[in-house]
Design a protein around this ligand. Structure first.
Ligand code: FPP
Ligand code: MG
Length: 335
């Protein structure tokens, strides 16, 4: 594939979702049932959260892979697995927005802005527990294990990120460990569950997991660039959240790696005032002129390439081609 084959991320994602629409619609029904049957105090709040549609990247990857086996998988099993993945993702975002103190998510006020931190924590907890219930009756016992391990990894990744807050010496290895946990683990789980539902053997399931991991790492690195506004268009959340919260991501790691000592001191000073007017723009200008954004983008592209290389070695099918095209389009994700 070359650049002329590249279509926009949103277009390829729409195409991919279209190919597995039946599974995603049924998964929406499962999620809606969970919200409807929740007790008073949870039901309407959860209902409000699930109306705010996400991109469904993880459940699309799961469904595409689930449909690449010798036989088409059972609709209900795939739908419950997708619902589990999307609910786990939603629960983590509700908690993440409390931690990051963000006001906007999916173009709307965050849960804690609507109902306060105490209620939002508990709504997130309820959604997490329901995510696990979605796969409780799954006959492939590995599936609930993969989902609960993903939840553990997300939590550990987030704790590791918080423990590193304000650490301007954060290493590349540590950053990778954080994003592997907080983001890539759930894509890894989605791909693995899809592969398990397709009936693939352990070796292929493992490869699918690795492919998901590379995609997830690329996704988070691009997310971290979007937080600086790099490559962003119609972003449905606030910019500069990371630097305002003292989070060091890949562009800053590259910057600190190569800048002279006096530059380091001046950047540290700017970062300590990151929440003030015009300071984020000054930080961006320094990162831009040192090529830190470009280097971070290249790192994301390497992960995209690694995901594509794996997808090309997996059993060929129309869905696998779509998945490859989707990975390819990731490099231009704008929101
Ligand atoms: C978004 O990252 C957040 C995550 C990818 C994971 C958050 C995980 C937790 C809060 C712990 C797990 C919680 C549960 C309930 C299992 P970001 O802040 O970099 O991206 P953003 O800009 O979209 O907020
Ligand atoms: Mg956040």
């Amino acid at each position: 594939m070359n650049d002329t084959d590249k279509q926009s991320f949103q277009n390829v994602l729409s195409l991919a979702r279209g190919q597995v629409q039946e599974y995603l619609t049924k998964a929406d029904d499962v999620v809606a049932d969970v919200a409807r049957s929740a007790p008073v105090g949870v039901s309407s709040r959860m209902g409000k959260l699930i109306q705010r549609k996400g991109k469904k990247i993880r459940s699309t990857i799961l469904s595409l892979l689930a449909c690449t086996g010798k036989e088409l998988p059972d609709l209900d099993r795939v739908a419950h697995a997708c619902a589990g993945i999307e609910l786990l993702h939603l629960a983590s975002l509700v908690h993440d927005d409390i931690i990051d103190e963000t006001t906007m998510r999916r173009g709307e006020r965050t849960a804690h802005m609507e109902w306060g931190n105490k209620i939002a924590v508990l709504i997130g907890d309820y959604i997490l527990s329901q995510a696990m219930r979605c796969v409780i009756n799954e006959k492939t016992r590995e599936i609930p294990l993969v989902l609960s391990s993903a939840a553990n990894n997300l939590i550990v990744g987030e704790i590791s990120e918080l423990d590193s807050t304000g650490d301007l010496n954060l290493s590349l290895a540590h950053y990778n460990e954080i994003i592997q946990g907080k983001t890539a683990a759930l894509v890894d789980a989605s791909a693995r569950i899809g592969a398990l539902l397709a009936g693939f053997d352990a070796k292929v399931v493992e490869e699918c997991g690795k492919m998901g991991t590379h995609f997830g790492l690329a996704f988070q690195i691009i997310d971290d660039l979007l937080d600086y506004g790099i490559g962003a268009k119609d972003l449905d959340k606030a910019k500069f959240t990371d630097i305002s919260n003292g989070l060091v991501t890949l562009p800053l790691i590259y910057y600190f790696e190569s800048c002279p000592a006096e530059e380091k001191a001046s950047m540290k000073e700017l970062l300590s005032h990151a929440a003030e007017n015009d300071i984020p723009e000054k930080i961006c200008a320094k990162l831009e002129s040192s090529n830190a954004f470009e280097k971070a983008k290249n790192c994301a592209l390497e992960h995209v390439k690694a995901a594509i290389d794996i997808s090309k070695k997996l059993p060929p099918s129309k869905n696998m081609d779509t998945l490859t095209a989707f990975f390819f389009s990731m490099s231009d994700r704008q929101n």
